[in-house]
Design a protein around this ligand. Structure first.
Ligand code: LMR
Length: 398
């Protein structure tokens, strides 16, 4: 048995962490995975999570709590994504289900897409989070890509996005990052979202949002969901994957939600029953503890406010590190422009470093970033930023 099995290729993100862990240098820094750290470089348990934990202590393993808590979580998630005053939310014209974080929500949707629209394709931005390719591949949905980012200008390739939308076969599915695009950190403006929305509608394409970083682009939850709301107001039925891995620091708990807007309640019930059937056959139901933590925070006005304050702290710390990194590279008299470091938003800096330069960062300086040059700004701190700037300068100077 198993002779036919060859090792799978290394994951472009998790593989970086594995290499980091086996490096014995005291100088090593892991800027691969998008995990937030405090200014001391320590993983953060948010205060709102600690308080929620204390509040639910003792009640978390009750049987059947899962279904009620799960539906409350979905209820709160759709308010976060579509706005609490959205008619879809008020009239319950949505099908939602708790999911194993953003990956689980995407996988569930991909499965649903293949079952009900087997002739459709998914269009993924270039670049995107690499796991999107794996997820739709494993669900056996045909994939295409659309241009998103221009490597030379380090800006959005806006006219190319529109051209690719126009050239896709009618009724295609488009995966969009509503905020803090991973890996580029570049989001369309509101006006650009309106144009994107218009062209998607002309072609009857379906917008699927993967929102893994709500609150981490601007520090404001509503603002970061604006793209979704623009498309919904423009008449699209959309779907959305949500994750609490980053914005509540609950990566290990796998808490998320998949929701799809529907024409009416009847449709919503049908879609939800299909989600339930897919989940039932795959893993039956998700673990309840993380769901309980998130729904406790979202339902308690004090904890919710605390969460929002903590999100502001996270985003401003990341922004401060962007400013210091940029400034330090200038002080080192780098001949290159590093303005994109501060123009980008969210967890990542898409540095523009080549794979060779990334390799040198690793071999000469023990600094670990992904092969595409993505730097996780969430792990840059006051004490490592100068070392990082110097390493970047050394591998890029001519
Ligand atoms: C990332 O892009 O680094 C994060 O989304 C972590 C992951 O699961 O890949």
């Amino acid at each position: 048995w198993w002779d036919r099995v060859r090792p799978a290729p290394e994951d472009p993100i998790i593989g970086v962490t594995e290499a980091f862990l086996s490096d014995s240098s005291p100088f090593k820094i892991n800027l691969g995975e998008g995990a937030y750290r405090d200014d001391e470089g320590k993983p953060v348990v948010l205060e709102c999570v600690r308080k929620a934990q204390a509040k639910i202590a003792g009640s978390e393993f009750l049987e059947l709590v899962s279904a009620t808590v799960g539906s409350n979580l979905v209820e709160e998630c759709v308010k976060l994504a579509y706005g609490k005053d959205s008619n879809f939310v008020k009239e319950r014209k949505f099908a939602g289900i708790q999911a194993l974080s953003g990956t689980g929500a995407c996988r569930l949707f991909a499965e649903f897409q293949r079952r009900f629209y087997p002739e459709s394709r998914i269009y993924l931005p270039i670049p995107t989070w690499p796991n999107h390719h794996n997820i739709w591949r494993d669900a056996q949905v045909p994939q295409s890509t659309f241009r998103y980012y221009n490597n030379s200008t380090k800006r959005l390739e806006f006219s190319a996005i529109l051209d690719d939308i126009k050239n896709a076969p009618d009724g295609s599915f488009f995966l969009l990052h509503p905020c803090a695009h991973n890996p580029t950190g570049i989001d369309p403006t509101e006006e650009q979202w309106q144009e994107i929305s218009y062209h998607l509608k002309v072609k009857n394409h379906f917008p699927f949002f993967d929102m893994a970083y709500q609150g981490i682009a601007s520090g404001n939850l509503d603002k970061d969901a604006k793209a979704i709301q623009i498309l919904v107001e423009d008449g699209h039925l959309v779907a959305c994957a949500q994750s609490f891995s980053k914005n509540m620091g609950l990566y290990g708990h796998r808490v998320g939600c998949l929701s799809v807007l529907c024409a009416d309640n009847k449709q919503a019930k049908a879609v939800r029953s299909q989600f339930q059937q897919i989940v039932r056959a795959m893993y039956s139901s998700p673990p309840v503890h993380g769901i309980l933590l998130v729904s406790t925070i979202l339902n308690d006005p004090e904890l919710r406010k605390l969460w929002e304050e903590e999100l502001e702290v996270i985003t401003s710390r990341i922004m401060r590190m962007r400013v210091v990194l940029h400034q330090t590279l200038e002080e080192l008299n780098s001949s290159l422009s590093w303005d994109h470091i501060t123009n980008q938003v969210g967890m990542f800096c898409f540095s523009g470093l080549s794979p060779e330069q990334v390799e040198q960062l690793r071999s000469r300086f023990h600094v670990y970033v992904t092969h595409d040059g993505r730097i996780s700004m969430g792990a840059v701190t006051t004490s490592n930023v100068e070392y990082l700037a110097n390493a970047i300068h050394e591998v890029t100077k001519r």
